[in-house]
Ligand binder design. Structure first.
Ligand code: GLY
Length: 362
């Protein structure tokens, strides 16, 4: 089993990575010197697939286990659901020596992590991510939170888990569209990391889509290692961590205009990456024909390369009023070279508009 180490200012913790690792969840938690009981928070889809096995993995290592199941879907990431879960944890006599295990994708990880960070001022947290997106991104780095009706992820905290168990074999039951969605983030990591990673994806994308573990595991490892490096430098997102937003400013605009339904997050990120690379070619003379290579890779992976049914001007309008952007003119991540991101790029509005129009085929 591969063991990676997250070394953030607030906490050091291991990330165990291997196909089948979730079967060892109890042993791995026990190896961290932890006792108490485990309360698994999961959603109705994941519960049907993996809850029994993961419960058993903890029970066989001697832990008492309880489970709370939330409805699958983004609606669960709310303060009202959090309030229900606090009461449920209290009813289950959960105390500070106990821990929450987030078993699921990004919604479950963010919600359960938020609960763990606030219940009794913070209790133990194990992340077992079950989607590609959560395995390479949201389960590590400690961003936890819920949505409010006005905006996504606006209430939350930085709360690092005590243990992450990443089991790529869990991806085998993932619907194809969710696997493909996660691949947009993998492509983002490749652009951030350098040509070797990008080329590996270009040459073996089919292995990923077929979930050949011999290929998936090292690719997931590269993504996790990249993120761990960034988060170790800048846990609180004051500087370098912003590199992880490559492609995300245009993506947020597309998601907002599409009401979070026209394009999934990963699909919007794919389009955002194309725009970011084309702008990088103009601003930094990025070489290597990456815009064309990126389009062809995204297409082979089943991700969109054209934006349909979305008004490009509404996208740039939404970007300008993105409530999360502190400085509206300086919130893009670009690439000087592949593997060399630059944060806080002040992109000319006309250039941005042109590139978003181009995504729409205008
Ligand atoms: N998903 C971006 C971050 O963790 O900062």
């Amino acid at each position: 089993m591969i063991q990676l180490l997250a070394n953030t200012r607030s906490k050091e913790y291991p990330v165990f990575l291997s196909a089948g690792a979730s079967n060892d969840a109890g042993k791995l938690w026990s190896s961290q010197g932890r006792g108490g009981k485990i309360v698994i928070i999961t959603d109705s889809n994941v519960a049907n697939l993996f809850l029994g096995e993961v419960e058993q993995a903890f029970v066989s290592a001697g832990f008492g286990v309880k489970a709370i199941v939330v409805d699958a879907g983004e609606e669960a990431k709310s303060l009202s659901e959090a309030t229900r879960l606090y009461s449920e944890l209290y009813r289950l006599q959960t105390r500070r020596r106990d821990a929450i295990c987030a078993l699921g994708g990004g919604v479950v990880g963010d919600l359960a992590g938020f609960i763990a960070s606030t219940y009794m001022r913070g209790i133990g947290l194990v992340q077992i991510p079950t989607t590609l997106l959560s395995q390479v991104d949201s389960s590590i780095g400690g961003k936890v939170g819920v949505n409010i009706s006005e905006a996504k992820n606006f209430v939350g905290s930085f709360y690092q888990p005590d243990l992450v168990i990443t089991d790529p074999s869990l991806l085998k039951t993932l619907p194809r569209d969710q696997l493909v969605e996660g691949l947009a983030e993998v492509v983002k990591y490749a652009l951030l990391s350098g040509d070797e990673f990008f080329y590996a994806l270009e040459s073996s994308h089919e292995e990923f889509l077929m979930l050949n573990m011999a290929f998936v595991e090292p690719m997931v490892r590269r993504c996790i290692e990249y993120k761990l490096g960034v988060v170790s430098d800048d846990e609180r997102d004051y500087g370098r961590r912003a590199v992880l937003n490559l492609g995300h400013s245009v993506a947020h605009g597309i998601e907002t205009v599409g009401n979070y339904t026209a394009y999934s997050h990963g699909q919007a990120v794919a389009l955002g990456l194309i725009a970011a690379i084309r702008i990088s070619e103009q601003v930094f003379s990025l070489e290597g024909d990456y815009a064309a290579r990126l389009e062809s890779l995204l297409d082979l992976l089943g991700l969109p390369v054209r934006m349909e049914g979305i008004d490009p001007h509404a996208v740039t309008g939404a970007m300008a009023s993105d409530k999360k952007a502190d400085d509206l003119s300086a919130n893009m991540v670009l690439l000087k070279q592949i593997g060399e991101p630059v944060i806080n790029c002040d992109v000319d509005a006309a250039m941005l508009t042109r590139e978003v129009e181009r995504l729409a085929g205008e």
